[in-house]
Design a protein around this ligand. Structure first.
Ligand code: UD1
Ligand code: CA
Length: 459
């Protein structure tokens, strides 16, 4: 028997008060919708239909070919949204799991468990419920005297008695696909909200189908995110869960409440992460690296034994044993070779450095390729931009670049070159040469005695 998922993500998310549609809002720098899609991919679900509408292009960009899209052009409620999957699913046999796009903490295990429970129960509809001490905002589960579910009532439609009910609708339903699209058109518009509530399928189906519930214990897994405060709570759960997983795998995290590690980051054992550090995107941190404090790493690979302190590393690679920082900035495909030292206030952009290269203080290295054993003196700059175009700097092996040097690109500095401090180098320098490109110093003898001294001692 095949299984399908319909994920509802067409709504605007008015309570978020953000430009981005709610289900695309980032949590640990990754759009919320990707969490649920990723977990569906890992689960036993065969096909996924994502219902989108408000700012649909945002979702098309994020998920491209990973799901099938169905479109809800007018946001007329969750019942109406689910109906938009009819085209894709109407003639199919199997079980359909309906999920909401705003539950980022759900995982594949929970999804499979729900499907398993539904299959065992022989239900036509299984409503997944849970209990919250503070159930405000959720639809409440109404049961009859035998404990059977009879309806779901939205928070704002509840009587004050119903508001006391702690058992809530998670928004997840497993339903026999054969009946789903017969039932959905029977939903009447809610008078107060002028929306079609998916929750009404419970009342409709209890008359002639078998309806049951699956009560989940871990309520945080199915929390719905409706506003920016809830985003912060979801983020905290995810952060704690991810950090714990890494610590149990042998990663030492100092003051983990201040450390944020993204969902897709791989960290090998023997790594130490210091406070106030964020590692996100498709990053890999290899054995024995020390990351932080006060460091951000995104979409980057850090090799064995590297240390990165007080620094930013985006879309870059740092090879074995190099030290980065304090206060360095690597970006846009900076590739730092092994045993480098990239130190205080050094920026490296779209450049690669050979082994044993050093830029210890105050340098800008952009659009540059260097060989091994290159020394960038304090204040050296690759002048890569002429106001219109960016140009390349190529530096060979064993090059010494004196302090305060400008290398005006495009330029090639061959092996074993020595550039005198304070030079502005505009022409290529051949192998083994010394380049001095600055005004010659003039010393004037006995000069200062002719200067009129300021009469500071006079009253
Ligand atoms: C919904 C449930 C509520 C449940 C709660 C669980 C309904 C009527 N209410 O309430 O019982 O306790 O989730 O978190 O279903 N969406 C569309 N099209 C629309 C409207 C919404 O695709 O026209 C999508 C949204 O993008 C969102 C999801 O459906 O991802 C849920 O919508 P939301 O407005 O957050 O529903 P809740 O009020 O939280
Ligand atoms: Ca919600």
């Amino acid at each position: 028997m095949k299984t399908y998922a319909i994920v509802l993500a067409a709504g605007k998310g008015t309570r978020m008060k953000t430009e981005l549609p709610k289900c695309a809002f980032p949590i640990l720098k990754k759009p919320m919708i990707e969490y649920i899609v990723e977990n569906i991919e890992r689960s036993s679900i065969d096909e996924t239909i994502l219902v989108i509408g408000h700012k649909k292009e945002v979702f098309e960009d994020i998920l491209d070919r990973r799901v099938m899209f169905a479109y809800q052009y007018e946001q007329l409620g969750t019942g109406h949204a689910a109906k938009m999957a009819e085209e894709a699913l109407k003639d199919k046999e199997g079980t359909t799991l309906i999920l909401l796009g705003d539950m980022p903490l759900i995982n594949d295990k929970v999804i499979d468990k729900i499907l398993q429970k539904h299959a065992q129960s022989d239900n036509d509809l299984t409503v997944v419920t849970t209990n919250f001490d503070n159930p405000k905002g959720y639809g409440r589960i109404i049961r009859d005297q035998y404990g059977n579910i009879t309806a779901i009532v939205e928070h704002n439609d509840c009587t004050s008695e119903q508001k006391q009910i702690k058992e809530v609708n998670t928004g997840i339903y497993a339903v026999n696909n054969k009946y789903l699209f017969d039932v959905l058109p029977k939903i009447q518009v809610n008078k107060r909200k002028q929306e079609y509530y998916l929750t009404d399928i419970v009342e409709i189906m209890t008359t002639s189908y078998k309806v049951g519930t699956f009560v989940m214990r871990d309520n945080f897994r199915v929390m719905g995110v409706n506003d920016l405060y809830a985003i912060s709570i979801a983020e905290k759960y995810l952060r704690d869960e991810i950090n714990k997983m890494h610590m149990l795998n042998g990663v030492s995290i100092v003051n983990p409440e201040t450390v944020t590690i993204g969902h897709n980051v791989a960290i090998e054992e023997g790594v130490t992460i210091h406070p106030n550090t964020t590692i996100t995107g498709q990053s890999i941190i290899k054995k024995g690296a020390h990351i932080g404090p006060n460091t951000e790493i995104h979409n980057s690979v850090i090799f064995e034994g590297v240390s990165v302190k007080h620094s930013l590393v985006y879309d870059s690679t740092v090879y074995e044993r190099s030290t980065i920082g304090p206060f360095a900035h690597l970006r846009n495909n900076a590739v730092i070779g092994r045993d480098n030292r990239i130190g205080n206030f050094v920026e490296v952009k779209k450049s690669s450095t050979g082994a044993n290269t050093k830029a210890a203080h105050l340098a800008y290295i952009g659009d540059t390729t260097t060989g091994k054993n290159v020394n960038f003196g304090c204040g050296s700059i690759t002048v890569n931009y002429d106001g219109v175009l960016k140009h390349q700097t190529i530096i060979g092996d064993d090059v010494f670049i004196g302090c305060n040097t400008n290398l005006i690109a495009p330029i090639k500095i061959e092996d074993e070159v020595f550039i005198a401090a304070g030079s502005t180098v505009t022409k290529d320098v051949p192998k083994g040469h010394l380049a001095i490109a600055r005004n010659q110093q003039i010393n004037k003898a006995d000069y200062t005695k002719h200067l009129i001294k300021p009469k500071i001692d006079e009253k």
